[in-house]
Design a protein. Structure first.
Length: 56
């Protein structure tokens, strides 16, 4: 598995928002809601990738 910092762009933003929607649907954390752009902008972003895909 590879962990690295990424710059925010449209593809990264889309990936993060989709993952947050999936986590919300899992209903594993009370009160969790999907992220939007304002939640992400201005923060450092790290991806975990495996076999060419983002896993976290």
């Amino acid at each position: 598995m590879d962990f690295h910092e990424v710059e925010l762009n449209d593809a990264v933003l889309e990936t993060l928002i989709l993952m947050s929607e999936e986590w919300t649907a899992e209903n594993s954390c009370f009160g969790y809601r999907p992220n939007d752009k304002s939640d992400i902008e201005g923060n450092r972003i790290f991806f975990a990738e495996e076999n060419g895909g983002v896993v976290g």
